[in-house]
Design a protein around this ligand. Structure first.
Ligand SMILES: Cc1cc2nc3c(=O)[nH]c(=O)nc-3n(C[C@H](O)[C@H](O)[C@H](O)COP(=O)(O)OP(=O)(O)OC[C@H]3O[C@@H](n4cnc5c(N)ncnc54)[C@H](O)[C@@H]3O)c2cc1C
Length: 406
């Protein structure tokens, strides 16, 4: 017999699990399908990957009633310094100019995953199918049929709406025939944690170097999360360096602002691509998170953009239900797609532009960049626009992103 739900969410990563929390409590029966058990994802201890949450994302978690649990793991970012190695220009952004307690927060990915997993496990209206993989989708007039593979065989379920939160390689996006534009950056992000000699004082640094951008994010216990982008043909060499050699090369690129860089944890390598789906909806299907947009991590925007997808989609669906509408109907999904199009475009152009501008090494470009940054720093309206984009506060703000319940 076919099981029936109102919404099936394919993918229980950070974005899919956040959507399950957002939709719960509004009279819908929700299924969350995820192939990987939570215990298998843990990245605990010193090496936990750092995720920068924009201020707006912290408000979304507040609206969901999860910020108290998350804030126990969060290190506030008070200021961001953007600089170009070997050149004078610099941009500063700080919380004072926005009149907020923080520009954003750094939270270990493991803590986000754990808080979401605990929250989902308490929701009576969310059925978790895990380990399970969505293998097929067919959309009809009233419902979509979804094929799911579990350890003990295939299962068929139906729902008025299927949400693809299944990441960059989204099978559902492909099954729905949604095309995507991809570009291989031929760059790899080397991710690790370090401990500097001096306190980070809640500063985040984005430094553009000849081998690619380097970000340091403030973390708990005096650690900094490092995202160092290198050309992919250099990644193997950087991964093979001894800890001392790695720290010395990082120090050379970052400089001495934090004194000597002392301890380094395990390194992970993430090959980088830009992916942008040409549509975010199809009949009975909505895409969220990396399934629509997979970005260069240069400005730490990927999850933040996905969290805003969640806030907008949840608001559109709950409002449709309250108005007696079918939440999977085309006009409802079109409202979600229209709402999100501008934010997707702006953030994609911004991160891709930064990634390209700061990896090109044309003669004279360094001086131009430097002059541009200086001018930018001295021109408050442009700087304010960038700060608001970075903080997830530009455009029409969903209720959840204002910290309000749905
Ligand atoms: C180096 C690096 C640093 C980053 N730093 C930041 C940062 O500081 N701030 C920020 O906002 N973002 C950051 N990002 C981006 C962020 O990590 C991603 O945008 C975010 O994790 C995407 O979440 P997602 O749930 O959409 O996708 P994913 O994390 O890819 O999750 C997709 C889920 O779907 C599941 N799945 C796959 N196929 C199927 C299927 N067929 N059926 C069911 N389930 C399926 C997978 O198992 C997975 O759990 C960074 C990214 C990188 C690479």
């Amino acid at each position: 017999m076919t099981q029936s739900f109102d919404v099936i969410i394919a993918g229980g990563g950070m974005v899919g699990a956040t959507l399950a929390c957002a939709l719960s409590g509004h009279g819908m029966r929700i299924a969350l399908v995820e192939p990987v058990r939570n215990e298998q994802r843990a990245e605990p201890g010193y090496d936990d990957r750092a995720i920068a949450l924009a201020w707006g994302t912290s408000r979304i978690f507040a609206g969901l009633g999860l910020w108290d649990a998350l804030s126990a793991h969060a290190t506030p970012i008070h200021r961001i310094h953007v600089s170009d190695r070997g050149h004078a220009g610099m941009v500063h952004m700080d919380r004072e100019s926005e009149g907020l307690p923080a520009i954003g927060y750094v939270v270990p990915a493991h803590a986000i995953g754990q808080v979401l997993a605990d929250a989902v496990s308490r929701l009576d209206d969310v059925t978790q199918l895990c380990p399970a993989t969505v293998t097929g989708l067919s959309a009809g007039q009233q419902h979509a049929q979804v094929m799911i593979r579990q350890d003990d065989g295939e299962l068929q379920v139906q729902a008025v709406l299927v949400v693809a939160a299944d990441g960059a390689g989204s099978r559902l996006r492909e099954q729905a025939g949604i095309r995507s534009q991809r570009r291989d950056y031929r760059q790899t992000a080397i991710v690790t944690n370090i401990t500097p000699q001096l306190p980070h004082n809640h500063s985040a640094w984005e430094r553009f170097t000849d081998t690619g951008p380097l970000a340091l994010l403030p973390m708990s216990q005096g650690r900094c999360g490092v995202v160092w982008t290198v050309a992919s043909d250099q990644a193997e060499r950087v991964m093979a360096l001894s800890d001392d050699e790695f720290l010395a090369q990082l120090q050379e690129r970052f400089g001495n602002r934090l004194g000597q860089l002392q301890r380094v944890g395990v390194r992970q390598a993430w090959p980088l691509q830009l992916l942008s789906a040409t549509q975010s909806v199809a009949p009975r299907l909505a895409l969220i998170g990396n399934a629509i947009h997979t970005l260069h991590p240069i400005a730490g925007q990927g999850f933040n953009l996905g969290a805003r997808d969640v806030a907008a989609l949840a608001e559109v669906l709950v409002d449709a239900l309250r108005g007696g509408q079918d939440p999977g109907a085309a006009p409802v999904l079109a409202r979600y797609a229209d709402w999100r199009a501008r934010d997707h475009r702006n953030v994609t152009i911004f991160t891709d532009g930064l990634a390209r501008l700061f990896t090109l090494s044309l003669p004279g470009l360094g001086i131009l960049r430097s002059a541009g940054m200086l001018a930018f720093d001295l021109f408050p309206p442009a700087k304010r626009m960038l700060t608001r984009l970075t903080m997830g506060r530009s455009g029409r703000t969903p209720r959840l992103a204002r910290g309000l319940p749905l």
